[in-house]
Write a protein that binds this ligand. Sequence first.
Ligand SMILES: Nc1ncnc2c1ncn2[C@@H]1O[C@H](COP(=O)(O)OP(=O)(O)OP(=O)(O)O)[C@@H](O)[C@H]1O
Ligand SMILES: [Mg+2]
Length: 421
Amino acid sequence: MGICWGSPSPSSSINQSPVSTGNISSGVISQTTSNTISSGGSNVTNVSGNSQFSASSGGDEVFPSGQILPSPNLRIFSYAELKIATKNFRNDTVLGEGGFGKVHKGWLDDKGGSSRGGSGSVVAVKKLNSESMQGYEEWQSEVNFLGRLSHPNLVRLVGYCWEDKELLLVYEFMQKGSLENHLFGRGSAVQTLPWGIRLKILIGAARGLAFLHSSEKQIIYRDFKASNILLDGSYHAKLSDFGLAKIGPSASKSHVTTRVMGTYGYAAPEYVATGHLYVKSDVYGFGVVLVEMLTGMRALDTNRPSAQHTLVDWVKPHLSDKRKLKNIMDSRLEGKYPSRGAVLIAQLALTCLAAEQKTRPSMKEVVETLERVEAVNEKPRPPRVHASHNVASRYGQTSMNYRSPHHPRQDGNRGYQLPTR
Ligand SMILES: Nc1ncnc2c1ncn2[C@@H]1O[C@H](COP(=O)(O)OP(=O)(O)OP(=O)(O)O)[C@@H](O)[C@H]1O
Ligand SMILES: [Mg+2]
């Protein structure tokens, strides 16, 4: 989830007559809801809503493999229930930590209550840190976007808790954690993702974005990055974190104007420069993740020499040249990838990263291209890459499995408001 810092971007304060951003988070959690929570709440309740989202999306619109529900259909948890489920939010249940707060593993019993572990269904419980720069708005946005979206490539929001100052979100548990952990993590628990799995993850994530973009009122995800792509036990990818999601522009407009929020290294240049957010701004973020998948390097890494801090700026010239591409490929693949496939992914990345948003492909086109690449049955070549020639091998990557609150991540890959250039 992104964090909102500081004042609006210059573009939203000058006379841009911004269209309504259609943020479905505006005023949709009713007092009834909070009463239901305090009454103990393991019952299933709808969050009442009067959002533009419900009015404009047609409510029960059905998509090929997903749908937008007329209203969030979420279970309301009491704080006490989630305390039991996470063993009092014990440190050894922590799965990770982001801008919103820590994410704990939790166990619910089959009757809808909480279990002390070992039995029942497993969930991930995200708890707002009182010092977090994110808060109610992001929490509400998550409930109202994700709570209404149902698609195989979007993580399922099971329910939420709102008691006094405690804001929590309960998600389906994604066994293999985030793509970020797998691509950049180190240690015995992290295994190199083979080429075929990388493609599978990319296709899943692309389908999730394509679904969001294909709704009648397009949804702009705004925070597409490796840490927001979660993986189940079979490396099936699902997008999480809708705290920054926005309804797309109305028919007469090409963009929405917002405060510039997102994550350094992933945000599209036009958005950073002007605050104008396009559906195609998400496509740029997807292009960045394509490059991360090819190279095994982070979108932003200040441990690299300064000219190489921003991955895309650094490697873009290598993407269009087959020979140069080899030098930037992830050394952990040990050359086990089809070179034709890698070239096609690099070409796709270049189109997604086009400076002019209009020329970027749609996510539907991206899905089709990726499916074609996957279908190409090219045998991987035997390992030929020498570690000393490989740029990726020159930089150590630290484990991202769990960031202690005492040692917060300094990599800049967390969502926050971006300063304009
Ligand atoms: N549903 C889930 N199942 C399993 N692990 C999860 C789940 N949700 C989050 N996690 C773990 O918790 C970590 C932190 O997630 P979170 O979304 O809070 O932060 P982030 O994506 O790293 O940063 P940001 O605050 O910018 O979104 C993830 O990287 C992942 O390892
Ligand atoms: Mg996240």
